[in-house]
Design a protein around this ligand. Sequence first.
Ligand code: GSH
Length: 238
Amino acid sequence: MLTLYKYGPAWDVLDISPFCSKVEVYFRLRKIDYTPHIANSRKSPKQKLPTVKVDDRVICDSSAIVAHFESLSAKPLDAGMTPLEVSVAHAYRGLIEEKLYFVAAWARWGDDSAWLNYRPAIMGYFGKIGLPSFLHSIFATMARKQVLNAIREQGIGRHSREDIYAMGTEILKSISVFLADKTYFMGEQVRTIDVTVYAFLSAIMDVAMDTPLKQAALSLPNLSAYCARMKRTINEDV
Ligand SMILES: N[C@@H](CCC(=O)N[C@@H](CS)C(=O)NCC(=O)O)C(=O)O
């Protein structure tokens, strides 16, 4: 029995958290059966989601979860990659999860017009985890403050709006250039890096928040084509 503890879907994304979407994309790609469970992140062992429970074992962190299931697979997605490919995929995963993530998070939580569209999703999450409705608005404001503090601590939040979007755009362009016209990020075969690339691009493009980051992603046609392809791949019946 495998349970995925997550925040919950919204708009056209599997989850409002790209890290939770990443794990869900991986499970769907591998045809691994799981039960989604919308959970309170504060009650998770590392106070972050995703977390999975598989039989009696709890695994936190999207990359640890993917690594666990890859290690059990007779045909790991990354089998046969050259050391150079492994190193490129590793670098892009870091760029996306450790930098683009904070730009995208700032776009949602920090940019006032985007926040107006994001706030209902956050309030909806508080409802799904059973908080009484009179607290939703107060908790959303508190969560916004906490997240923006965390983004400031990380460093991205210290820059101007213009500079944050310029950094995000530069990363999106680099993803677009490397992807080029390949089917998947590393070539013809889907690899674990694809679950990151797709989940994070989807978190920017398939959401209601119409930010300059979303516009930058939409202006790079191979990114939309790639997302459409990944969506078909994860929904394919094999
Ligand atoms: N490295 C972690 C990052 C997970 C993460 O940052 N999750 C965020 C949501 S996108 C979270 O749960 N944040 C709650 C908090 O920081 O309080 C992973 O790969 O799973």
